[in-house]
Design a protein around this ligand. Structure first.
Ligand code: IVH
Length: 667
């Protein structure tokens, strides 16, 4: 078998296993075998750029080339559906259809997926384009990102129509959503309120390799083609399943209203067991000929309707409002509620977000309020039930001073939140910074926890992170109920934290907006705290991930005398304030060479390769020209770059060859 045949066979095998896994739920090989096959394909494709294919299964890993979202007009507008909220309204729809058709009909019942709608165009069985709904007439071309979604076929199986548009919903399953929010919480990034928002944010990400890791899924529910096999929407969806599309199993055909009601009732509870969010039921006249006869009105089809589930909500009493102060000083109003059962848990508190939100509800203490969970992580208050016969309590007022330290609160331009500016004297801010410093992803001082920090702080033993390194065994033992063993463990893990690499120290310092990933990037680009302290705005902005907000926050942090003093003390205690000497060889092997980096790499990040090139005397350039010595190419080099490299006769070097080139004679 030659390389071309080998590549073709691997692609076919991988597509088949992908289908078995994501569509049939019946994998035939282990994940490791799949990964090994994928690695083999990527290796072969890299060695044979002439075999490139935008629908090769290797595109599932995404690329870090910046996406451009072209606007694309829909050939057939993407309409929305009329909404109904009660069985009576469903009966009205059924009656309207019956009268208009004047003959027998069937209704195809489906769950209504709560994600973002997408149109997928397949030409000759290959995914050619994926476009978001946009305003219904024009959407964004998100093909590169959609290609990373494993349940969306890149090539169709069987006897597909030559041109087929499939419409459906991209979703983030609950499990992916929860994992993403856990990561974001650890990185102090704002959480997504629900899977729909997370999906919308992900589909529009610039970097498809990040999309690939977010674990999106897709269900398809609408077909457009001149050559569909049957007149039944239901049967056509079954056919679509045979082509490799993920079609929901929760689809049934009903004849009578009672059957439709039974379907609604069943899925109103059963949907809680589905892996993705649903917010209702969609009812569609099954026959395509009947659909055509019914037609459309301005905004939606006459042959279909959505029935929306009642968001689970309960009425309860607002007992009081408290104000919480976070590590950054942000003050959040929290509603204390009379305990109430909601979706299986007892709810006692709900966030009120900020002053604007409180005012928009016109809340008074003692009001009866509606709490909802509907897909949101934190219960929220969605309305007030006012009893005109009762006198209302006091209007909820946003505090003007910090509930913890009584400093006057401030508001920053462009933000709706209030902050306590007393970062040096406000206990929750001080404790919050120490608690952040010791967390696993930061300094990982696992002997300590929030409760012990509280005790140490109350005892006056620590009031900033550097104080942790002045603790002695005797002092820790002096805390009531603190055993010597625990104290020793604390001392040991404080000592061990001196080995924590600089990137995590940088994260641990708690600079606003500098999460774990950003800290890593900054550390890699700047190498030491001294470089960061003295970096100009332009230098900071040149680091991937760092925008103006982050750059400004970094500079503010290092303007504070107090922060500089803490850093000096940490440094004295032996905390790492620079990256370890790089393992990569240094020399002049690449002297005078101009190199362009493109694609996704396995062994090192782009920044690392950039540094290696510079450490070896070469320079990096972003675009190919006659001066380019070679292109260091990873997976998924942009097609334009590849063509240009071929035109200019520039060698594409893979990362293994590159690494052996700079490692020669260095062992
Ligand atoms: S059919 C012409 N079926 O709901 C009608 N839509 O408010 C095409 N949706 O924009 C839509 N699940 O994003 C259809 N099983 C389902 C659906 C569904 C979710 C979404 C879709 C549409 C919106 C309508």
């Amino acid at each position: 078998m030659n390389a071309r045949e080998m590549i073709a066979s691997l692609r076919e095998e991988l597509n088949r296993h992908n289908y078995n896994y994501y569509i049939k739920n019946a994998p035939e090989i282990s994940d490791q075998e799949y990964d090994a096959m994928m690695a083999r394909l990527i290796e072969l494709e890299r060695a044979h750029p002439e075999c490139a294919d935008p629908n090769s299964p290797s595109v599932r890993v995404g690329s870090d080339l910046t996406n451009e979202f072209r606007h694309v007009a829909h050939t057939v507008p993407m309409l929305s559906l009329g909404n109904t909220y009660s069985k009576d309204e469903v009966a009205e729809f059924y009656g309207r259809v019956a009268r208009a058709l004047g003959t027998d009909f069937e209704i195809c019942c489906e769950t209504k997926f709560d994600g973002i709608s997408i149109s997928l165009l397949y030409i000759d069985g290959e995914l050619a384009q994926a476009v978001t709904r946009g305003d219904g007439t024009t959407g964004d071309d998100v093909t590169a990102n959609v290609r990373t979604i494993r349940s969306i076929p890149l090539k169709l199986r069987g006897d597909y129509p030559p041109r087929l548009e499939m419409r459906g919903e991209i979703l983030m399953p609950w499990s992916s959503f929860e994992r993403l929010n856990r990561e974001r919480e650890a990185n102090e990034e704002p959480l997504f309120a629900n899977p729909r928002n997370a999906t919308a944010g992900t589909v529009k990400l610039q970097n498809s390799s990040v999309v690939a890791r977010r674990g999106l899924d897709a269900y398809l529910y609408y077909m457009l083609s001149d050559t569909l096999p049957t007149d039944s929407h239901y049967d056509n969806l079954r056919f679509a399943k045979s082509l490799g599309f993920k079609i929901s199993d929760a689809i049934t055909r009903c004849r009578t209203l009672d059957e439709i009601y039974a379907y609604i009732d069943h899925w109103d509870t059963e949907r809680k067991n589905l892996p993705v969010a649903t917010d209702g039921i969609v009812l569609k006249v099954d026959s395509l000929a009947q659909q055509r006869a019914l037609g459309f009105n301005a905004k939606s089809p006459r042959w279909a309707i959505a029935y929306k589930f009642q968001a689970e909500r309960e009425l309860t009493r607002l007992e009081s409002v408290s104000f919480q102060v976070g590590r950054t000083g942000v003050v959040t109003p929290v509603a204390n509620l009379a305990p109430v059962q909601l979706s299986g848990t007892v709810v006692r508190r709900a966030t009120l977000h900020n002053e604007d939100f409180v005012n928009s509800l016109d809340l008074h203490v003692g009001d009866m309020v509606y709490v909802e969970k509907g897909g949101e992580i934190i219960p929220k208050i969605t309305g007030v039930e006012i009893d005109a016969s009762k006198v209302r309590g006091d209007k909820v007022q946003f505090v003007k001073t910090c509930p913890e330290c009584h400093a006057a609160l401030v508001k920053y331009e462009g933000e709706s939140a209030y902050y306590c500016p007393n970062d040096t004297g406000c206990p929750p801010q001080i404790k919050g910074r120490i608690i952040h410093f010791i967390t696993r992803k930061a300094m990982d001082i696992d002997g300590l926890g929030p409760e012990t920090v509280e005790l140490l702080y109350n005892r006056g033993l620590v009031s900033d992170v550097a104080d942790l390194y002045d603790l002695s065994l005797e002092r820790i033992v002096s805390i009531e109920r603190m055993g010597e063993r625990t104290a020793k463990k604390i001392m040991r893990s404080i000592e061990q934290s001196k080995d924590v690499p600089f990137s995590r120290v940088l994260f641990a310092l708690g600079i606003r907006f500098v999460g774990e990933t950003t800290a890593k990037r900054i550390a890699k680009a700047m190498h030491s705290i001294d470089n960061i302290m003295t970096a100009s705005t332009a230098e900071l902005l040149a680091i991937g991930d760092v925008g103006e907000k982050i750059a400004e926050s970094i500079q503010l942090f290092f303007k504070e005398e107090r922060n500089l003093a803490i850093i000096a003390r940490l440094r004295e205690h032996g905390i790492k304030m620079e990256e370890e000497a790089s393992q990569s060889p240094q020399g002049d092997k690449l002297k005078g060479k101009s190199i362009v980096i493109s694609g996704v790499f396995k062994h090192h990040s782009r920044e690392e390769y950039k540094k290696m090139i510079e450490d070896n005397g070469g320079t990096c350039s972003s675009s190919l020209s006659g001066k380019t010595s070679f292109l260091l190419g990873g997976d998924n080099i942009g097609p334009q770059k590849r063509v240009k490299a071929q035109q200019l006769n520039i060698e594409i070097m893979n990362e293994d060859d590159f690494l052996s080139l700079i490692n020669e004679d260095n062992d």
